[in-house]
Ligand binder design. Structure first.
Ligand code: ADP
Length: 678
């Protein structure tokens, strides 16, 4: 029994000692009756000194400890009550107590387990701190984000302001240039017209001076506008095939009078390895080279100017050409050379006084070269001369030389073309009329888009020259109406006082075919008209149908009917009755790619060409369409051919309707047989 008791007490002891948490037994008076080793190490008081002492004295808040102790007696237990043991280092514990009783059920004391929660607390504190840090960091991040957002907003606003400033600047320059160029257009144009009239030598001299000053002013306005455009990245570079050699020769040709006047020599060195036709922007190339050559001429008083073009390197689809302009002129000082490509920079302060100019030419040339993927550079020695070098890429093309069109002098074959000029400013109207009269074209004027549409509906024209800004209906709306509502493909050339990218895109979007900027260059206008009228059939000069004021000729009909007016009227009525639906059917079947009905429609139209005296070329075009339709082939040109047939048949219908009415009027009036002449 005793052994059992001892064994039991050993067991209880080992259980007590197994606990890493301090364990106390306390009697009802609050005196410590037993402890484990963990209690000794936490309190750092020996067993002997602990036993019998007041349990509550080991806590930082003894009263609170006593309260809890009482609670244990009252309730039988207490769980996880936080207290702090007052030892060397103040240990946080969770107080867990429960009463223990003797064999009669009488409470004889309390067992207390005080769980050391120092680590727990530390981790909790660290977590709290970490949380605080995190919260603070989040706050800082939020503030930083707000600041960044503000900065972005400010940057965006600044960019917006800068962009608006550029747009306003461009808009201002564009408006100004428009305002200046419109009257300049008239001044130069009418001076040119007057120069063609009989004049005294003095008058001629004065008018030439006016013309020259006007041209200088126009160049300056154009330069400023160009600069604004290249600055804003809005310069348009065309990609069209042209003959490089001829283009350079034409450019050099411009300087011959000046070269002779200054008794200089002008030499052209052209590399024969350069492909004949290249694709690029010949106008911008001229702009660069004209600037360099005119500077060379301007700054050279004796010696020679050499314009060289050489093939720098050739790739599969493009070539790089080097253009050099070498002069034996005054040269540029070494310390000035880096500035001459900047806006409004001249090498010396008296350059403008001695030689004229504004210092814009090279800045534009540099931008033009660089925006096409090229470079421009200069070498110079005072009193020895200057060499400018421009390297530019050009695309290769398989197109042959013959397909490249060039501007020509007015061609007798095209006399009688009918041109509808849509322009609201009376002076410009008159100017266009004089120009077109000179070409031998017939010109009709419309003051706005609305009038133009009415005119187009009432009679046929070959081409429309359309101003953009007009009252009532502007050029864009009118062109859109012509394409969409009248369903006409008549060529339209926009007349623009200022060419902005946006305007050009708009011109294209509404279906205009080309544009020409004012002041109108007569040769350019002429070649653009010819180009457009040639394009539809993709036929070369010799194939170009002779366009007369009328496309029909009633000789055959008169002979055939022996001048019988009734018979003539019947035949014309028959033609009108069948042709209009046939035109519709031709267009529809092309749209539907219904080759059989295209064939049938064209087949029915063909005989009428001969009867109504429509030029043989159109019969040939119709036969080509018929041939391809029968083979169910549709080459690229098919659409253009059908368009040509549509145009000529529509014109023929209008003309024949007029003829019909005339015959009817005359027969009604005289009620007798009349002899008709064509
Ligand atoms: P501009 O000729 O209208 O003054 P440019 O931009 O074309 O303006 O030229 C800027 C300046 O560079 C000229 O004013 C001149 O001082 C110098 N310069 C240009 N080309 C030559 C040249 N071939 N010889 C000597 N100086 C030149």
């Amino acid at each position: 029994m005793e052994a059992k008791r001892i064994q039991g007490s050993h067991y209880a002891r080992s259980l007590i000692e197994a606990s890493l948490d301090p364990l106390f037994t306390i009697n009802p008076d609050g005196k410590i009756t037993d402890i484990n080793n963990a209690s000794i190490s936490i309190t750092e008081v020996t067993r002997e000194n602990l036993i019998g002492t007041n349990f509550f004295d080991y806590f930082t808040e003894p009263d609170k400890a006593r309260e809890i102790y009482k609670q244990v007696f009252a309730e039988g237990f207490v769980a996880d009550f936080p207290l702090t043991i007052r030892d060397g280092k103040l240990t946080d514990v969770l107080f867990n107590g429960s009463v223990y009783k003797d064999e009669h059920g009488k409470v004889i004391g309390v067992v207390v387990v005080a769980r050391d929660i120092t680590d727990h607390k530390r981790i909790e504190t660290e977590l709290m701190k970490a949380k605080e840090h995190a919260e603070r960091a989040t706050k800082i991040a939020e503030v930083a984000k707000i600041k960044a957002e503000k900065a972005t907003h400010i940057a965006e606003r600044a960019t917006q302001i800068a962009e608006n400033a550029v747009i306003s600047k461009q808009q201002f320059l564009s408006n100004m240039s428009h305002e200046i160029r419109t009257p300049m257009n008239s001044i130069i144009g009418f001076t040119k017209v007057m120069l063609k009239t009989p004049l005294t030598a003095k008058q001629k001299e004065y008018l030439t001076a006016i013309k020259m000053s006007g041209e200088v002013l126009t160049v300056l306005v154009n330069d400023i506008l160009d600069l604004a455009k290249v600055d804003a990245g809005k310069m348009i570079f065309e990609q069209k095939p042209f003959k490089m050699d001829a283009s350079i020769s034409a450019m050099i040709h411009l300087f011959e009078p000046k070269i002779q006047e200054k008794n200089l020599q002008l030499i052209k060195n052209y590399d024969p390895d350069i492909p004949k036709v290249l694709v690029g922007d010949p106008v911008r190339l001229h702009q660069i080279l004209i600037n360099l050559v005119s500077n060379a001429v301007k700054f050279t008083n004796q010696g020679k100017i050499t314009v060289g073009v050489r093939l720098l390197n050739s790739h599969e689809d493009k070539v790089f050409l080097e253009f050099t302009v070498i002069d034996t002129g005054i040269g540029i000082a070494e310390d000035k050379i880096e500035f001459i490509f900047q806006n409004f920079q001249q090498a010396t302060s008296n350059t403008s006084r001695l030689y004229g100019g504004t210092g814009l030419g090279l800045a534009i040339a540099k931008q033009l070269a660089e925006q096409q993927g090229g470079t421009i550079s200069v070498k110079s020695k005072i009193d020895k001369g200057t060499t400018f070098s421009v390297v530019l890429p050009f695309k290769k093309t398989r197109g042959n030389v013959e397909s490249v069109t060039e501007s020509k002098e007015p061609d007798i074959k095209l006399k009688g073309l009918t041109v509808l000029v849509v322009e609201d400013i009376a002076l410009n109207q008159l100017l266009m009329k004089t120009l077109l009269d000179d070409f031998g074209f017939e010109c009709e004027l419309a003051g706005n888009g609305k009038i133009a549409i009415e005119k187009l509906k009432s009679k046929p024209f070959d081409i429309v020259l359309m101003d953009l800004q007009m009252p009532e209906m502007n050029g864009f709306d009118a062109s859109r109406y012509i394409r969409e509502n009248i369903d006409s493909q008549i060529p339209i050339i926009a007349l623009t006082a200022d060419v902005t990218t946006a305007d050009l895109k708009k011109c294209k979007a509404v279906g205009m075919n080309d544009y020409i900027s004012k002041p109108i260059d007569e040769n350019l206008l002429y070649s653009k008209i010819i180009d457009l009228l040639k394009k539809p059939g993709l036929i070369n000069d010799d194939d170009l149908p002779v366009v007369s004021a009328k496309c029909t000729d009633l000789t055959y009909l008169i002979n055939r009917t022996k001048s019988n007016p009734q018979l003539m009227m019947d035949m014309i009525a028959l033609y009108l009755e069948q042709t209009l639906p046939l035109i519709g059917s031709m267009k529809q079947s092309l749209r539907d790619k219904d080759w059989d009905s295209l064939y049938a429609a064209v087949h029915k139209i063909i005989p009428s060409f001969h009867i109504m005296g429509i030029h043989k070329d159109y019969e040939d075009i119709a036969k080509k369409v018929q041939e391809y339709a029968s083979k169910k082939q549709h080459p690229d040109e098919l659409q253009q051919w059908v368009l040509q047939l549509e145009n000529v048949c529509s014109r023929a219908c209008k003309e024949l309707e007029e003829a019909y009415n005339l015959i009817k009027k005359q027969t009604d009036g005289r009620k007798e047989n009349i002899t008709f002449s064509c």
